[in-house]
Ligand binder design. Structure first.
Ligand SMILES: Cc1cc2nc3c(=O)[nH]c(=O)nc-3n(C[C@H](O)[C@H](O)[C@H](O)COP(=O)(O)O)c2cc1C
Length: 156
């Protein structure tokens, strides 16, 4: 088991791509939060936004364990300036004592800072490092630079 775990939730794969890239840079394990609700299509999008803004809990299918990790990096998309419901539920179910927590959020426009502040609020302590990412593209050298800088800020 590695000291660092990257935990992420992703609806369309963008946050997953970033999580995998970061895990490689950090020599970390990676684990996905998944939920029962189908978030695909237009109806899935609308329901996702509502659930996130109303801070509804999600029914999780995969709820990663962090016991034994020194550092956890949490990745998520911004949903209506909020973490997705599945991330909120996972944060509430997880005990972070003795573990340093960092987080990143992917977005199409704005809201990552507010989303990351809400993550800190649910955890009840400040995040050790944060990274807002606007429309990250896998082949963009600027993304690699941002991820490397973030990786340097992640405590070991
Ligand atoms: C329900 C919903 C709400 C969203 N709200 C925002 C928003 O408030 N601000 C923003 O910049 N992007 C918003 N987005 C776009 C996503 O944050 C963005 O496309 C993200 O990178 C998708 O990541 P994923 O592929 O890992 O799901 C929203 C997407 C969804 C599905």
């Amino acid at each position: 088991m590695r000291d660092i775990l990257v935990v992420y939730y992703s609806r369309t794969g963008i946050t997953r791509m970033v999580a995998q890239r970061l895990a490689a840079l950090l020599d970390a394990d990676v684990a996905e939060i998944t939920e029962k609700k189908d978030r695909s299509g237009a109806m899935g999008y609308i329901g996702a936004g509502k659930d996130a803004v109303l801070k509804r809990d999600a029914e999780l299918v995969s709820c990663p364990e962090i016991a034994g990790r020194k550092v956890v990096v949490i990745g998520m998309p911004v949903w209506g300036f909020n973490p997705p419901s599945a991330v909120r539920t996972w944060l509430k179910r997880t005990t972070f004592s003795g573990c340093k927590v960092c987080a990143f959020a992917t977005m199409d426009g704005s809201g990552a800072d507010r989303t990351l502040a809400k993550v800190a609020e649910v955890i009840g302590s400040p995040l050790a490092a944060t990274l807002p990412l606007l429309k990250p593209k896998g082949d963009d050298p600027a993304l690699e630079a941002k991820l490397k800088e973030f990786a340097r800020q992640v405590p070991r």
